[in-house]
Structure formats: C-alpha cells, structure tokens
Design a protein around this ligand. Structure first.
Ligand code: NAP
Length: 366
C-alpha cells in the first residue's frame, strides 16, 4: 500500500497500557497510520511525549511520528483530523454506559470504531470478533447500521476480554475438527498489566495473588457464548451448546495471561495425540487472507513439561499466538491443558488491530 493510501487512524486512550501497545504495534504497520491520539482531559493539550512522561511502559521508544502529536481530549469531536476513518478505542471510563454511548457517538460521525472496552461486548448488534473463530460476525454490521441509522462508514466492533484469549481458539480448533466441547472449567492467572498501567506500581499486587477480579468471571463465562453464537436479522444469538465456569485471579506477572482449562466433549473424545495434531494444524481466515498481524500458526503446542510460561512464551507469533502445553487426560473432565496469550497484545491492542485488518479485507473500512 502506498503512503497516500494508508488508512488514517486515531487511538483513543492512547496514554494507557492498551493504547501504548496499540501505538507500538501500529508503528510501521503496512495499512494503518496513526495521525491522532486522544485521552482524558488530564492529558489533553500536551504533546504525546509529555503526556506519557514517567508512564511509558513499552520496551521500545515512543513511535517518532506520534511523540509530537498533541493529545486531544476524547470528548472533543471537532478537532479530530478530517482524514481519519478508523478509531481504535482503548478507553477505561468509569461508567460502561458512558463508554457505550461514546463509542456510538464516534460511529454516528462516520468512524469505524474498534474497541477493547467491555462496554459494547454484550450489545446484540455489535460483533465481538476473534478473527480465527467468528469472522462471519462482521455480517451483523449492516444490521447495526440500519438499527441505529448510522452512516455507511460508521459502526462499532469489539474484541473480547483478554481472559478468554488463552483458550477459546483451542475450543474452535477442536469444534472444526469434529470434537465439539460442551463444558469447560477455566482458572485464569492474569497479569498485572491487565489492570492498566496503574497496577504495575500498586504495592498491593506485588508478591501476591488476588483471588478476585471484579466482573472478570462473568465475562469469561459469557463472552464465549456470543463468539460461538449466530448472526440473525435480530442481531447475534448466543450459543447454548457450551457452559463455561470460571475462576479468575490476578498474579504478579507483568504481561501474559495463563489459563488452566478442563474440558468435556459433547460426543467423542480425541486422543492426546489427535488433540495436539488438531491444534498444531489449525489455521483460519486471518491466515488464509494473510492479514499483517495474523500469527502463523495461530496455536503453538509445547511438549516440555514446564511450558507455557509467561516470560518465555507470551511473545510467540509477535504476541499474537496462543501457546498450549500440559495437555493430559483429566479425571473429572475429559482433557485438560494450560493456555497462554499476551494480554495486552493478542488480548487487547493486537487483537483489535487484527479485527481492523479483517474489516479492511472485508470492505468495511476503506
Ligand atoms: P489504562 O492503562 O488505565 O488506560 C486508560 C486510558 O483511558 C488512558 O488513556 C486514560 O487517559 C483514558 N481515560 C481514563 N479515564 C478517562 C476519562 N474519564 N475520559 C477520557 N479518557 C479517560 O487502561 P488499559 O489497561 O489500557 O485498558 C483500556 C481498555 O482496554 C479498558 O476498557 C480495558 O478494560 C480494556 N482491556 C484492557 C486489557 C489489558 O490487558 N490491559 C485487555 C483487554 C481489554 P489518561 O492517561 O489521560 O488518564
């Protein structure tokens, strides 16, 4: 794509953990160029570099083109540059209702909004997409535009919670191979960065395990049902084929969510060798479309007894692959495994960028 053909994007919540990662991943992106950054009133009016002074958490430098942009207040719709067509939203507002209305406020103005927030995840006419699983849920976008009288370029699409990314693609691979599951018991060990940049310096979270994350178990249990659901003229109808039970904990790991998963199959049970081979050979639409951020392969199976580990495995596939290990027969369920994914990459900004790439490829963003 030539320079003038770049799709110009804005990043909302650009000063936060997910926003920073989004800027990092969009630097040198072949299709998207960041021309606008926005955050709260606290950060607005400063250069991006000044607004993140002392709280830039990426290992790479602030992208050069972004460092001198003046941070816009997200509530200021008027000074968004004219050439922006797509908005990545990584906001963490106090009220879900405010975030929901806010995202549709941008869609009403004709922007394609790709959000990492949970506010619109359970909205029936908003697709919640993991491109390897439910790329067809983009079909709900015209219904959303019609329901809400949005301009033809405006819509909201979201990516799901970071806690489910470490295992749900495994369930899809098994389903596609003819081994659907009907129950899963999931215990997550979630990294500090999942709670935003302030969590990294919160002393209560150091050398500790917090056995509760507000709202996380509900999201981990409900979101897979929407992702495995079907698009109808009414919106997305949730799947009733599966029950997920979840326990979510916060652990003193900087990046990388681990999930210990026990699954039961609705019909036949694969052997362990079949299970491994199904996961290793899994490939889906993002891989066949050759999307720039699609990991190939999307799932890596490790045989080492002590893997996956966040520090060693979270960056697999540039942080976009899911790593799976400890696959074994289970006494109470059929099979268990441990999955790992990078929460701020695959689980947030990278996942959102992959959704945007899919939407470009399908003609929803141009
Ligand atoms: P974060 O580090 O706390 O960053 C929050 C961002 O929102 C900052 O840019 C902040 O701007 C802005 N903001 C906060 N209050 C605001 C307000 N009242 N008005 C306007 N802007 C406001 O949070 P995060 O971890 O990046 O998460 C961002 C979103 O992604 C959240 O919805 C979160 O649930 C979701 N998410 C996070 C992860 C993860 O692993 N961290 C994974 C999946 C999804 P200032 O810097 O100016 O305050």
């Amino acid at each position: 794509m030539s320079v003038e053909k770049y799709i110009k994007v804005s990043v909302l919540g650009a000063t936060g953990m997910v926003g920073q990662n989004c800027l990092r991943l969009l630097e040198n992106h072949p299709w998207f160029k960041v021309v606008d950054v926005a955050a709260s009133e606290r950060s607005s009016g400063k250069t991006y570099k000044d607004s993140v002074e002392g709280k830039w958490h990426m290992e790479t430098d602030i992208p050069h083109d972004v460092s001198t942009l003046i941070v816009r207040d997200v509530h200021d719709f008027d000074s968004i540059p004219d050439d922006v067509t797509c908005v990545f939203s990584a906001l963490d507002l106090d009220e879900k209702e405010e975030t929901r209305n806010f995202e549709f406020g941008y869609a009403e103005k004709g922007y394609a909004v790709i959000s990492t927030s949970s506010a619109n995840r359970q909205t029936d006419d908003v697709p919640m997409i993991i491109p390897e699983i439910n790329a067809d849920h983009t079909n709900v976008i015209p219904i959303q535009q019609q329901n809400r009288d949005l301009p033809s370029s405006g819509f909201v699409a979201v990516k799901p919670n970071c806690s489910i990314q470490s295992y749900i693609v495994v369930l899809e691979a098994l389903k596609q191979a003819g081994f659907p599951i009907d129950r899963a018991q999931v215990t997550t060990l979630q990294a500090l960065s999942g709670a935003g940049y302030k969590a990294l310096s919160n002393p209560d979270l150091q050398e500790n395990v917090i056995p509760f994350i507000g709202g996380e178990e509900e999201k981990t249990e409900k979101e897979p049902l929407k992702i495995f659901g079907k698009v109808t003229s009414e919106g997305i109808i949730q799947s009733t084929d599966l029950i997920v039970n979840a326990v979510c904990t916060r652990v003193p790991v900087v990046d990388g969510h681990t999930a210990v998963v026990h699954i039961g199959f609705s019909d036949k049970v694969p052997s362990i060798d079949e299970f491994k081979s199904i996961l290793s050979s899994f490939s889906a639409e993002p891989q066949s479309m050759n999307l720039p951020s699609a990991p190939n392969p999307p799932i890596l199976v490790l045989d080492d007894i002590d893997r996956p580990q966040p520090r060693l495995d979270r960056d697999s596939g540039k942080g976009m692959a899911v790593t799976v290990g400890r696959i074994a027969k289970d006494t109470f369920f059929d099979i268990r495994f441990i999955g790992l994914s990078h929460n701020t990459v695959r689980g947030a900004s990278g996942g959102a960028i992959l959704v945007a790439e899919l939407l470009v490829e399908k003609g929803f963003i141009s």
